[in-house]
Design a protein around this ligand. Sequence first.
Ligand code: ZN
Length: 93
Amino acid sequence: MTCSDFLKELTDYLDGVMDAQTRAELEDHLQWCHNCYVVCNTTKMTIEIYRDSHLYELPDDLRIKLRSAILSKCKGHASDGSPSPAPGHAPTE
Ligand SMILES: [Zn+2]
């Protein structure tokens, strides 16, 4: 498995919607590829924060800022009135 293979499968991996063999290959890749490990961790954390902003103990002012940032992002994406689906690829900085 190459890094681009890994990144292609990353969102499925984080969603837990892949078969055991592909998952094992991804986890094997994470064992030796620090770059993908960092990308995986960062993406996972970003998703978790977006799913539940209470997951981490954040200072109140940071939490308020984060929440308003998330809300304004949601409003921007949901302008057609339907809930926006999860992004199909990892967010880039
Ligand atoms: Zn890699």
